[in-house]
Each structure stands twice: as structure tokens, then as C-alpha cells.
Design a protein around this ligand. Structure first.
Ligand SMILES: Nc1ncnc2c1ncn2[C@@H]1O[C@H](COP(=O)(O)OP(=O)(O)OP(=O)(O)O)[C@@H](O)[C@H]1O
Ligand SMILES: [Mg+2]
Length: 275
């Protein structure tokens, strides 16, 4: 059981896109994945192919409708999703207040999810600090912080490196060993992108766990109702490598019987690297 959050101080950096792909790639490896949307934009469901007509949802009904199991939506990718649901700005503020005062409304259902054997819960979060993520911070196994390979993100890299984005003092330091960086929209033909990449690698060392190239195919995938899950050259390959790195970091053992995960079951072949 693992809890992974995709988060960032910045908006529009690829949190939802990457969270959806990692969730689907983990499911493909045979893991039991629940993707939980903490963002009132309610966009995670779209990446995972859920119809706009689907009414099951979780967070927007928090406090009034506690049965998270009934809200789970199965997807064609093998990921079970808890969509945020509809929330006007007033409801979103009420929810933030509810979670700030009574975080157990969210932490308790997530504790139940994580109590199920071998479940991985993947969180998509809104940009910046938010009450829902704060409610789950104590349970987080890994926070994947996304930034772009641009000047705006470069200014934030030192804060990630010295853990200021996670809070100050002991609390921040305790969270730090669970926070890793992914640089998104890297373009090695652009000197600025290269410079930001080097800066991030120097500042974060092994805590920079992945990089994803700028790839129009990734942006187009959502519009086309598909995902890049086959190691497609470019972002597809980068997302697969990121998923592998996360699996290693979290020491997730490969479960048996993954859908589409390949594997013939002949252990010697897999040891020899032929699958
Ligand atoms: N590697 C990439 N190459 C090209 N386009 C990308 C890449 N990653 C993300 N995008 C595009 O960037 C835009 C923002 O992505 P996304 O919505 O996932 O970001 P976000 O961080 O979740 O945004 P928000 O803060 O609004 O929740 C989308 O149009 C997405 O298709
Ligand atoms: Mg998003």
C-alpha cells in the first residue's frame, strides 16, 4: 500500500496529465490503483476516459456522502477513479474549511483505501497549498513535485531543494525525504530548458526522479481520448521510465497477473531481461 501525490506550487505544469499516466502505467503492471482527484477542476476523470455523464464522485460530497467505495468508477485502463465531482467556488471554499478543521473526513477514507492489500492511491492535487493535501500529508509515502523547464520554475527549484515548499522547520524536513522532483516539458533544443534541467539536477541530485520531454502527442492525447502507455518515443518513454523509478523508490513488488503487463510467467526469462 502506497500513497503518492502529484503536486506543485505552480499551475499548469502537468500534474494531472502525469498523475493519470503514472496511475494507468502502474495498473498495467498489475497494481491495484485508485486515482483520487483532490482538485475542484475535476479533470483527472477526463484523462482516464470517464464520461462527462458519470455522476459518481467523492470529494465534492465530502461530509455528506461518506461511502467512497460507491463512488469508485472503473476505467478501461484498470485504474479505479474517485472523481472530484461538481463544486462551485463556494462549495470548494466550504470543503477547504471542513478539511482544515476536520481532516479526518478525508484521511479516514484514505486510511481505509490503504488498508486494502497492495493498493496504491494516486492523488492529483490543485496548484499550491491546499487543505485536502494537507489532510493527507502525514500518510504520504511520496510527493512528486512537478515543475517546468522554464524560468518561472527555475526560481522555485532552490525552494524544493531546501524543502521550503513543504513547510519550514522540522515538519518540512520530515516531509523532505518523501519529496521528489519531476521536470516536465523539457526541450533539449532550447538553451533555457537545458540550463534549468542542469540546475535542477545539481540542486536535487537523486531527488530529481524524472524528466519528461515536451511532446505535442502528450497534449493531443487528451483531446483524442487516449493515453501514451506504450513507451512511445518521447513523452511515452519518459513516463514509463518515471513509473519505473517510482516503483523502485517505493520498493513496490511486481504483482502477478497484471493486465497487459506482458510477462510469460517464466522467471528465468524475466531475469535474463527478455520481457
Ligand atoms: N510533456 C508535455 N508536453 C507537451 N504538453 C504537455 C506536457 N505535459 C503537459 N502538457 C500539457 O500542458 C497542459 C497542462 O497540463 P495539466 O493540466 O496536466 O497540468 P496541471 O499541472 O494539472 O494544471 P492545473 O494546475 O491547472 O491542475 C495541458 O494542456 C497538457 O496537455
Ligand atoms: Mg491539474
Amino acid at each position: 500500500m502506497s500513497l503518492i501525490a502529484f503536486a506543485s506550487p505552480k499551475g499548469g505544469v502537468g500534474k494531472t496529465t502525469v498523475a493519470a499516466h503514472v496511475a494507468a502505467l502502474l495498473a498495467r503492471r498489475g497494481h491495484k490503483v485508485i486515482a483520487l482527484d483532490l482538485d475542484p477542476q475535476n479533470a483527472l476523470r477526463l484523462h482516464l476516459g470517464i464520461s462527462l455523464r458519470e455522476e459518481r464522485c467523492f470529494l465534492s460530497r465530502l461530509g455528506t456522502h461518506p461511502a467512497w467505495r460507491e463512488a469508485l468508477v472503473e476505467t478501461e485502463y484498470g485504474v479505479r477513479v474517485l472523481p472530484f465531482g461538481p463544486a462551485d467556488p463556494l462549495r470548494a471554499l466550504e470543503l477547504a474549511q471542513l478539511l482544515a478543521n476536520e481532516p479526518q473526513h478525508l484521511s479516514e477514507p484514505v486510511r481505509e483505501m490503504l488498508a486494502m492489500p497492495d493498493v496504491i492511491v494516486v492523488l492529483d492535487t490543485p496548484p499550491g497549498p491546499n487543505a485536502a493535501l494537507a489532510a493527507l500529508m502525514p500518510r504520504l509515502d511520496l510527493m512528486v513535485i512537478l515543475l517546468l523547464a522554464d524560468a518561472g520554475s527555475a526560481a522555485i527549484i532552490p525552494q524544493v531543494a531546501n524543502n521550503r515548499v513543504l513547510g519550514r522547520g522540522t515538519l518540512g524536513a520530515r516531509a523532505a525525504d518523501r519529496a521528489v522532483l519531476v521536470l516536465n516539458q523539457v526541450d533539449d533544443t532550447e538553451p533555457l530548458s537545458d540550463a534549468v534541467f542542469d540546475m535542477a539536477r545539481n540542486a536535487l541530485g537523486p531527488r530529481m526522479i524524472g524528466a519528461i520531454c515536451r511532446d505535442p502527442a502528450l497534449a493531443e492525447a487528451l483531446a483524442d481520448k487516449r493515453m501514451l502507455l506504450n513507451g512511445e518515443p518521447g513523452a511515452g518513454e519518459d513516463l514509463e521510465l518515471l513509473t519505473e523509478a517510482l516503483v523502485k523508490r517505493l520498493k513496490l513488488s511486481r504483482p502477478g497477473g497484471g493486465s497487459g503487463g506482458g510477462g510469460t510467467g517464466f522467471s528465468a526469462l524475466s531475469e535474463w531481461g527478455s520481457q
